[in-house]
Design a protein around this ligand. Sequence first.
Ligand code: FAD
Length: 547
Amino acid sequence: MNLLASKNRQILLDKLAQEKFDLLLIGGGITGAGIALDAASRGLKVALVEKQDFAQGTSSRSTKLIHGGLRYLKQGELKLVKEVGSERAIVHKNAPHLVIPEKMLLPLIDRGNYGKLATSFGLWVYDVLAGVKGDDRRKMLTKAKTLEKEPLLNPETLKGGGFYAEYRTDDARLTLEVIKTASNYGAVCANHCESVQLLYNDERVTGITAKDQLTNRTFSIQADYVVNATGPWVDTIRKEDNSLKGKRLHLTKGVHLVVNRQKLPLQQSLYFDVPDGRMIFAIPRGKITYIGTTDTNYQGTLEEPVTTLEDAQYLLSSINETFPSINLTLDDIESSWAGLRPLIHQDGKSPSELSRKDEIFESVSGLLSIAGGKLTGYRKMAQRIVDLITDKMNRKEKCQTKTIAINGGDFASAQKVNEYIQQVSQQLQTEGLDAYVAEYLVSTYGTQTQAVIALYNQLKAVQGNEKPSLLIVLAELHFCLKNEAIFTLDDFFNRRTGRLYFDIQSVKELAEPIAQEMQIQLGWTEAILQQNRINLQQLMDTLETFA
Ligand code: FAD
């Protein structure tokens, strides 16, 4: 039985309440998801609770790059760069539709952070540490070649460029597919289910009281080991455990802006200097280009951090300075997101100087907390903590995740992804759906696209008069209801389909038909339907306007 089918939620929650687990994870971001997969694939009985939606914390608010972190090289973090740099290729192999090679252009400008020699050497070290081979190795470009790659750069200040390999992803989908893969190995994972209290026996943590956020029902979950993988909330749980001593979190906020691709028609992803010495990404993707990020100390509420006017103006002026023919204004911003980095505090360091390394804290109660780290390194972080737990349990199973295909990523090779896009594109052309839809579906669902198309055909058989562009989204909705534990409009439009960030105009058209279908499928009362409409509208307002 698929416990992630929305209709099976009660069965899922009953299982959490009735069974005893080897390992209980609090937090359904990429860290919790990765640990769930590693542990379940080694044969451990795993439970996971997430108080919002899967990935609704930081793991849907990153720059969405699977990258080695060129910046960390400058900070001398060679071990970190080697580890996450090498991880890129593994995550790409395991989910080739979701982790897509993306060449990055680093323009060299007058008064920039790095000269030509330093950049050339830095990028060479970056490649060597990450084991980058062949044509993917960095190339240094002349000014003319750099302008050929990106004509919008300023020829007055440009001196040349570095061209190197990274990967881009959809962080929320990656998290979700890792959860689904863990679930295939038997992990019992519930979103919208909060840990409201830690439970102890003889001063040892033995479980939690959980609260189903959709019904307010509370119940206990029992486990031999409890891991706090709550990202920005790690210290909240440590405090509850009376173990908030020594190292603490240091939260920094990072913001991204989304503009229409026509307003910032980059040919190419860029990583460029801004006058305050920081570096910013600009990444074209489908119909939009996104820009980010900021890095500022943060003290506000942890749920739904927002983009301020100051954040937006900082990023806009960085873009306008780098691309002189582009005059972006606040009105050009279509959407945005803000996320919190759960970093570990180091005295005297500024936000950008703080290490991105992960650490595990073990308290006297046995609670294990994991913080820091990067999306890119999630598999290794999971391996470290599950190694620790299996050692304690005297179990011998070794980590297998290096070769486990992530759900939807079971392609014979990365090249097959493009062939599959072509095939889907031809299939959909006969329905009048353009190539963008095929590319979107495959990069969202991978090999599960066939299941979405099968649902489309079923819907078409009964609602033949409906527009194909609506039917395909209804098919996605049905796919998510069957496989991806969706319970709110925001779950669907934000973390399942990415539309709130990458195609917000479509949400304005689709919100009502999708809301009505969700009402039918999930048995929503009028009050729940109305609340969902209000929540979605409020969220769209915060993504589009800044104070
Ligand atoms: P989260 O994703 O925040 O997950 C923790 C979860 O715990 C949350 O969903 C929360 O709701 C849940 N939770 C909290 N309390 C409870 C409770 N009581 N009960 C149940 N659940 C609870 N990394 C990269 O590799 N590449 C990038 O390009 C990149 N860019 C970044 C850009 C920005 C602006 C930021 C902020 C980070 C970026 N990172 C990047 C880092 C990366 O996003 C994070 O390291 C990662 O997402 C953290 O994941 P997590 O699972 O630890 O935390």
